[in-house]
Write a protein that binds this ligand. Structure first.
Ligand code: HEC
Length: 122
């Protein structure tokens, strides 16, 4: 009986870990597939013109993306985001913000290969 309970607990834990990992990974794929990296950087680090997104609060990022999706911006500069946010579903926003808020630089990441080859460090 004890083993059975332990087994159930382990299965549940594995399931929870898998679920959160997969949101991060799905978010990373979406971030690159939707071209976010072209402006916000392969490490979501931003530049002098584009804002950094890495490790910002999940609620802040979600609110921004939901507003952009609805066509709401505070400045004209932000309006460029409308096109990019409109193609995202609520689930996409959830996954992308999970990725960005928990962002960890990973040098083994397949998406960093090009950057490494070019020797560019933004
Ligand atoms: C063509 C360039 C471009 C692309 C591509 C782009 N963005 Fe943006 N993004 C911007 C600009 C410009 C702003 C507004 C900067 C400002 O407010 O000064 C912005 C703002 C944001 C903000 C608000 C950040 C903040 O701190 O206020 C978020 C979140 C964001 N973008 C996420 C994304 C995501 C996710 C994608 C991909 C789906 C994406 N962006 C694609 C240019 C881009």
């Amino acid at each position: 009986m004890k083993l059975l309970i332990l087994g159930i607990c382990l299965t549940l834990t594995a399931h929870l870990l898998y679920a959160s990992e997969s949101a991060y990974e799905q978010g990373r794929d979406l971030y690159f597939q939707n071209g976010c990296a072209n402006c916000h950087g392969t490490n979501a680090e931003g530049s002098s013109y584009y804002p950094k997104l890495a490790n910002k609060k999940k609620k802040y990022l979600t609110d921004k993306l939901e507003n952009f999706k609805k066509g709401i911006a505070n400045t004209q500069k932000q309006e460029i985001m409308f096109t990019f946010a409109q193609t995202l579903t609520q689930k996409d926003i959830m996954n992308i913000t999970s990725y960005l808020t928990n962002f960890k630089k990973d040098n083994s990441d397949k998406y960093n290969v090009e950057e490494d080859l070019l020797g560019v460090d933004y």
